[in-house]
Design a protein around this ligand. Structure first.
Ligand SMILES: Nc1ncnc2c1ncn2[C@@H]1O[C@H](COP(=O)(O)OP(=O)(O)O)[C@@H](O)[C@H]1O
Length: 193
């Protein structure tokens, strides 16, 4: 199986690259942000709880997202692999993911980290906010809060995978196809290991 963690701050381009990568490698895209937004759209209890935190630019509790990923893995036993997008976002989530995959005798192949400077992220998210309908994209104060959450809670996840020699950084500035090609090079190199 090919299991990729696509990593990077909000606005780094994870969603865009995920779409291209799932097509090329036949993977299943698991975005915890998308899964949470779908819970909100369906008006579930989980969605209602998550909405307040998401609209405030804060992370939802680890057990909530871990539970969603656990059920998605169980629903797709014959998958060629997964792209995890926006997950894991904390070190406990990364540890839980390893444990979940272990149950299937699987593990993470590599982490592809898209690196984009902070001022560019804010610009991209404000632009996305004009059309995405996402309340957390529309307001610069909220965007800054998400960046702070990222820097304090999520950035350490890179180190978790670096310690396992699975961390690969890519410059997230440039043409979409150029970034995609670089991501594919990394993925094929770690597939060969
Ligand atoms: N793995 C996660 N752990 C905790 N909260 C999450 C996780 N994934 C998504 N969220 C919540 O959903 C929001 C939107 O996430 P996402 O769609 O990945 O957007 P972005 O990467 O652009 O911030 C986050 O700000 C957070 O509140």
């Amino acid at each position: 199986m090919l299991n990729i963690v696509l990593f990077g701050p909000p606005g780094a381009g994870k969603g865009t690259q995920s779409q291209k990568l799932i097509q090329k490698y036949g993977l299943i895209h698991l975005s915890t942000g998308d899964l949470l937004r779908s819970e909100i759209a369906q008006g579930t209890e989980l969605g209602l709880k998550a909405k307040g935190l998401m609209d405030a630019g804060l992370l939802v509790p680890d057990e909530v997202v871990i539970g969603m990923i656990e059920s998605k893995l169980a629903q797709n036993p014959n998958a060629a692999g997964f792209i995890f997008d926006g997950f894991p976002r904390t070190v406990p989530q990364a540890e839980a993911l390893d444990q979940l995959l272990q149950k299937y005798d699987q593990g993470i192949s590599c982490m592809v980290a898209l690196e984009v400077p902070e001022e560019e992220l804010v610009k991209r998210l404000l632009l996305r906010g004009q059309t995405s309908g996402r309340p957390d994209d529309a307001d610069e104060v909220l965007i800054q809060k998400r960046v702070v959450e990222y820097n304090t809670k999520t950035a350490p996840v890179a180190n978790y995978y670096a310690q396992q020699n699975k961390f690969y950084a890519i410059n997230g500035i440039g043409e979409i196809d150029e970034i995609f090609n670089k991501s594919c090079e990394v993925i094929e190199a770690c597939q060969a290991v």
